[in-house]
Design a protein around this ligand. Structure first.
Ligand code: NAP
Length: 276
């Protein structure tokens, strides 16, 4: 067991703010453009762990990444390497938030995707930019203290434009394909646990099982009976490709974290969400 970490979070967005509030730690508002920016920030805060929540997921959706390729490449591919180098030089730990949206998946033939499967979803620029950083940081796994956490389709118990529940309510059009999802309160608990046991390497950090959006909508309707939604085919709502997949949580469970099934948390999530 490691002593309590002194954390500094980079990236003042959805995940960065959630982590810094829940783990009660500093949140950098420095623009990270050079190695020196990162090293100076680390020298000022003196953390023993930095958490990289910097990224570009698009203004409204990952489709926007196709339109601003330099911003995407910089935030998702170059900044993680800058922060890894800064962490290595400063002899501290890096936690990098990655994404599960980096695979093709055959529901009929494949078991859930594990950390050992090689990412192969090059169809979206967002996914490619996340694959670049994963592969670059993996090179450092042997000698450096890096923990890489793959989240997927964050579902939170409070409103935020990046919360999948906000998005589904806003568009009121849902597809019916089972998908791995990360319930943010469970992610935060898992992050605390993995820091406590000083975990290193790559972890899929989703809930167990799969979410079908209509199931979530039906639970939401219990609290907001007037809400109406429409079931649609994927090509009716999206012009660009998307990943749909199931991820394995076995490694996280074997590390000793009790992973809840996503369908177990939906009622709790919506009940809390509607209070805001
Ligand atoms: N949200 C999702 O659906 C999702 C799913 C899977 C994985 N993830 C991953 O989770 C991580 C966090 O995502 P998020 O949802 O929290 O995104 P977010 O809300 O867009 O936050 C990202 C933050 O990074 C900042 N940023 C970008 N470039 C920067 C730079 N060079 N220096 C300093 N800050 C910079 C952005 O600031 P500006 O807005 O001012 O540029 C923004 O505040 C990302 O790596 C993302 O790929 C997210």
């Amino acid at each position: 067991m490691k002593k309590k970490s002194k954390l500094l979070v980079f990236g003042k967005g959805f995940m960065g703010q959630r982590i810094s509030a829940e783990l009660d730690c500093a949140l950098s508002d420095r623009r990270i453009l050079t190695l020196n920016d990162a090293i100076e920030e680390i020298a000022e805060y003196k953390p023993d762990t930095i958490v990289n929540c910097i990224g570009y997921t698009g203004k409204n959706s990952v489709d926007d990444c196709e339109l601003d390729m330099d911003k995407t490449l910089y935030a998702n591919s170059f900044v993680p390497v800058i922060l890894a180098e800064a962490a290595l030089r400063s002899k501290i730990k890096l936690v990098h938030i990655s994404s599960g949206c980096i695979y093709h998946y055959d529901y009929a033939r494949q078991p859930p995707i594990t950390e050992n499967d090689i990412p192969d979803f090059f169809d979206l620029y967002y996914s490619r930019s996340k694959i670049y950083s994963e592969r670059a940081l993996e090179v450092l796994f042997k000698g450096c203290d890096i923990l890489m956490l793959r989240i997927r389709i964050p579902l939170d118990n409070r409103p935020h434009p990046k919360n999948i529940l906000n998005k589904l309510i806003k568009y009121a059009k849902v597809i019916d394909i089972p998908n791995s999802v990360t319930y943010v309160p469970d992610f935060l608990a898992a992050l605390k646990y993995l820091l406590q046991i000083d975990a290193k390497g790559l972890y899929n950090l989703t809930n167990k099982g799969a979410l079908r959006y209509p199931h979530l909508m039906e639970i939401y309707k219990r609290y907001r009976p007037d809400f109406q939604y429409e079931l649609v085919q994927i090509n009716q709502v999206l012009q660009t490709p998307r990943t749909n997949l199931i991820m394995s949580t076995q490694k996280l469970e074997e590390a000793g974290f009790a992973v809840r099934d996503i369908n177990e948390v939906l009622e709790e999530c919506v009940k809390e969400y509607v209070k805001y």
